[in-house]
Ligand binder design. Structure first.
Ligand SMILES: Cc1ncc(COP(=O)(O)O)c(C=O)c1O
Length: 470
C-alpha cells in the first residue's frame, strides 16, 4: 500500500487479496479445464449446471460491497444498458429472478396506461405451453387471467405451434407467453405472425436461451428475446450467466413499457426517479392526479398494484463481469451439446434426441433425450443410473404442468381457471420420457465422454444385468 490513508489504495489492496483468495478457493469454478484436481470417473460429480467464474466476479462483488450502495444503483444502470446492447433490445429492466421477470412482464400487460382493448383483464385468456417451467405460466393466473395450455412437440421440447389457432378465442385472448425450451427457440415465425395478425402481445420467456439465434424467413439471424414485445431472462446459477438470484425483462420496441415495468417492479409507484434520486420530473409537488390532493408527493403516488422485485447493485456488478464471458459460454454450450449428440448417436434404438427448431442455432441450456416407448428401461431408471454415477440430470422441469398438484388444485377449485387444448399427449410424453444432462461451460471433454459411456453402457447392457429399480 503506497498511502495507507487513501481509500482507493485500501480498496486496491482488498481487491488484490480477494483475487489471490479466489484463485485458490475457486479454482474449480473456472471455465472447463481450470480445475487443478484430476477428473475421477464415478467419483467427481458431473453437475448438470453450475456457476463458472473467476476472481473477476468476486472482485466486482467486493468492490461494489465496499461502495455499500446496496440497492440498485450505478452498477444496475450499467448492467441494464450492457445487457440490452448484448441482446439487441431497446431496454432491459433488472429483477431479482427470472420468475419475477415473468411476473413483471405479464403484470405490465394489465396496466391502465395501455390502450383499453389491449389490456389484460381478469378472465381474459393467455396462450401458453403445457410443458416447461411453472413460473412461465403461473403469472397468468396470478394476474387473474386464464392460461390456455397448448400441447408440446416432444422432439423440440417446445410448444406445438400448429395448435395455437385452435387455442385462440377472439375477444378473450390477449397474449401469448412461451418459453424457448432448454435454449431451443420455439417456432417464432408462426407465433410472431399469429400475434401480429390478431393484435396479441407476445412475451418470450428467454430465461433458458440467452445467446440463441433464430432466422425469420428472408431475414438475418437475430437473438431470441428480440422477437416478442417483451422477453425475460434468468440469472440463476444454472443459467447461461449468473448473478446468483436475478433476472431481467427486455423491451424490444414499445418504450411505453419502461415506465410501466419500472412502476410494477418498484412498489407500483408513478414516480420514475432512479434509486437515490428525487424530483426527476421537476414537479414532485406539482401534480394533481386522480383523487389525490393537489401537490401530493409524486414519490408516494401509486398508479399500479406493484411489487418490489429489484435485485441488489452487487448482483449487477457480478452480472457485468459474467456478460463479458457470454460469447465464450455460448460456444462452449454448443460444442458440448454436439459432442454428446455425436457420442450418443448409436443409441437411437433406445433414445430419441432433442432437435433444434428449423431456422435456429440454439444456445443450449441442456442436452435433452427421450427414452423411446419400446425401450427396455424407463426414464426414471436411466435417471437413477446416472445419479448413481454422479451424473447430474433433470426432468424438463414440471413436465406436463396441468398434472402438477398446483394446477390440479386450481382446476378443482374452479374448472374455468384454466383451459386445455387437445389431449396434451406430447407434454405427457415429455413428462414420462424426457430428461436432460448438462452442457454448461465447466464440463470437460473427459466428463462428457464419461456421460456418453455411462448412458451407452446402460442402454446396451442386457436388461438382467441392469441394477434393480423399484
Ligand atoms: C424457462 C424458465 N423460465 C423461468 C425460470 C425461472 O427463473 P428463476 O429461477 O430465476 O426464477 C426458469 C428457471 O429455470 C426457466 O427455466
Amino acid at each position: 500500500m503506497s498511502d495507507p490513508n487513501s481509500l482507493s489504495d485500501l480498496a486496491d489492496e482488498i481487491e488484490r487479496l480477494v483475487r489471490a483468495y479466489s484463485a485458490r478457493a475457486h479454482a474449480a469454478n473456472g471455465p472447463a479445464g481450470a480445475d487443478p484436481e484430476p477428473f475421477e470417473p464415478g467419483k467427481t460429480p458431473v453437475p448438470y449446471a453450475s456457476r463458472v467464474f473467476t476472481g473477476n466476479e468476486v472482485a466486482a462483488a467486493v468492490r461494489t460491497t465496499l461502495d455499500f450502495w446496496l440497492t440498485l444503483g450505478p452498477q444496475g444502470d450499467a448492467f441494464e444498458k450492457e445487457l440490452a446492447a448484448a441482446i439487441g433490445v431497446k431496454r432491459s429492466i433488472l429483477t431479482n429472478s427470472g420468475s419475477s421477470a415473468n411476473l413483471l412482464a405479464v403484470s405490465s400487460l394489465t396496466s391502465s396506461k395501455l390502450p383499453t382493448e389491449r389490456r389484460l383483464r381478469p378472465g381474459d385468456e393467455v396462450i401458453t405451453c403445457a410443458s416447461g417451467f411453472p413460473t412461465t405460466a403461473a403469472p397468468i393466473v396470478q394476474n387473474g387471467a386464464v392460461p390456455v395450455f397448448i400441447d408440446s412437440n416432444p422432439v423440440t421440447g417446445n410448444a406445438d405451434c400448429s395448435k395455437i389457432e385452435e387455442a385462440y378465442a377472439p375477444g378473450r385472448t390477449k397474449a401469448v407467453v412461451l418459453a424457448h425450451a432448454l435454449g431451443n427457440p420455439f417456432d417464432l415465425a408462426s407465433v410472431v405472425k399469429f400475434c401480429r395478425a390478431n393484435d396479441l402481445w407476445l412475451i418470450e420467456d428467454n430465461c433458458d436461451a440467452l445467446g440463441s439465434l433464430y432466422t425469420m424467413p428472408g431475414k438475418a439471424p437475430h437473438l431470441t428475446g428480440t422477437f416478442g414485445d417483451l422477453s425475460t431472462q434468468s440469472f440463476y446459477p444454472a443459467h447461461h450467466i449468473t448473478t446468483g438470484e436475478g433476472g431481467a425483462v427486455n423491451i424490444t420496441r414499445d418504450m411505453r413499457f419502461k415506465v410501466i415495468l419500472e412502476s410494477f417492479r418498484d412498489w407500483g409507484r408513478d414516480c420514475w426517479c432512479a434509486s437515490g434520486h428525487e424530483n426527476t420530473c421537476g414537479k414532485r409537488f406539482g401534480w394533481q392526479l386522480g383523487e389525490l390532493p393537489e401537490g401530493y408527493d409524486h414519490k408516494y403516488t401509486y398508479s399500479h398494484l406493484g411489487y418490489n422485485l429489484k435485485p441488489l447493485d452487487i448482483q449487477a456488478a457480478i452480472g457485468r463481469e459474467q456478460l463479458k464471458r457470454l460469447q465464450g459460454f455460448v460456444e462452449a454450450r454448443r460444442r458440448n451439446w454436439e459432442r454428446l449428440r455425436a457420442g450418443l448417436a448409436h443409441l437411437s434404438d433406445f433414445l430419441e434426441f432433442m432437435e433444434a427448431t428449423p431456422g435456429s442455432v440454439p444456445s443450449w441450456f441442456g442436452f435433452m433425450l427421450l427414452v423411446r416407448d419400446g425401450a427396455p428401461f424407463t426414464a426414471v431408471e436411466l435417471s437413477r443410473h446416472l445419479d448413481a454415477h454422479k451424473i447430474g440430470n433433470r426432468r424438463l422441469f414440471g413436465g406436463n404442468l396441468v398434472r402438477q398438484p398446483a394446477f390440479v388444485q386450481l382446476r378443482s377449485d374452479n374448472p374455468n381457471a384454466l383451459r386445455v387444448v387437445g389431449n396434451l399427449e406430447g407434454a405427457d410424453r415429455l413428462m414420462r420420457s424426457a430428461l436432460f444432462v448438462g452442457v454448461y461451460p465447466g464440463l470437460t471433454p473427459e466428463m462428457l465422454d464419461y456421460v456418453i459411456w455411462v448412458i451407452g453402457d446402460f442402454c446396451i447392457k442386457p436388461a438382467r444385468k441392469r441394477p434393480k429399480t423399484s
